[in-house]
Unconditional design. Structure first.
Length: 274
């Protein structure tokens, strides 16, 4: 029995030492390890298909954000679904109040701050640790410094529960963007009629709701999309899905839900159902 106790003590010491050394070992390999609300978070660099350096945010095993690393590209958009959202916002062609639910690497807010001066943006991120990572490692502080967007009120950072923030909002938004998700499961009442009603109540007349719905567009893995389209179809005159992989509808992707009462906003060719 004493030998067993000694062995367990040694094993505990070894495991503790290994865990303590893990951040150092990962950092030696160019990986930054942080603890955040939703689990261990990794930040590391790689390349996209064009061999452009990109930085990835992985939270508890799920990729949640990406940004370009080269100085001239840091405020551009590395993900197609963010580009689609940005196009829809820019195409409105007027000053807009935008709410972005979910900060992550703050990709879309950085782009709007740098390229869409007519947009006033509130970003609500539930985890202050994620916001700090974005400031340090995803060039958010650099963007705020170069654009002055936080100082002049065009970009406001809020650490809070996004759905609670929406419920308490007193002024309507022209655009509400839901980019909050954990793994393949959306956060908040994204698929519910209650959520759709709440969004509608906090949108200005002719406002637009955009959501990142990660799933397939056809087949068994498209069920969440069916729920989203049904819920928002009850509240809005026009609902469409812009798929990330239009030629591979059974492949899971970051698909953009567009819901609005305004004509001509949903892109031509968008899917009207799952």
């Amino acid at each position: 029995m004493p030998e067993l106790i000694i062995a367990l003590v040694i094993l505990t010491v070894v495991c503790t030492a290994a865990l303590a050394l893990m951040p150092w070992a990962l950092r030696k390999r160019g990986v930054e390890l942080r603890r955040t609300r939703f689990g261990l978070t990794l930040v590391f660099d790689t390349e996209d298909l064009d061999h452009t350096p990109v930085r990835l945010l992985n939270v508890n095993g799920t990729y949640q954000s990406a940004c370009y690393v080269p100085e001239g590209l840091r405020f551009e958009l590395a993900c197609e679904y963010h580009r689609e959202m940005a196009r829809l916002i820019e195409d409105l062609g007027r000053p807009v109040r935008v709410l972005v639910m979910g900060g992550g690497g703050y990709s879309l807010p950085k782009y709007l701050a740098a390229h869409v001066p007519q947009a006033r943006v509130d970003v609500v991120e539930v985890d202050p640790a994620i916001t700090q990572i974005a400031r340090e490692l995803f060039f958010l502080d650099e963007c705020l410094e170069k654009t002055g967007a936080e100082k002049n009120g065009r970009l406001r950072l809020v650490n809070d529960d996004a759905w609670g923030f929406v419920r308490a909002a007193e002024e309507p938004y022209d655009v509400i963007v839901n980019d909050a998700f954990s793994g393949n499961r959306p956060l908040g009442p994204l698929t519910s009629e209650e959520g759709a009603r709440m969004v509608r109540e906090h949108l200005a007349a002719g406002g637009v709701y955009l959501a990142n719905v990660r799933c397939a567009c056809e087949g068994r893995r498209a069920r969440v999309l069916d729920g989203v389209v049904a819920a928002f179809g009850h509240e809005f005159a026009h609902v469409g899905i812009v798929p990330e992989w239009p030629d591979e509808p059974r492949k899971p992707g970051n698909n953009v839900l567009v819901a609005t009462d305004a004509a001509g906003v949903v892109p031509a060719g968008a899917r009207v159902g799952a």
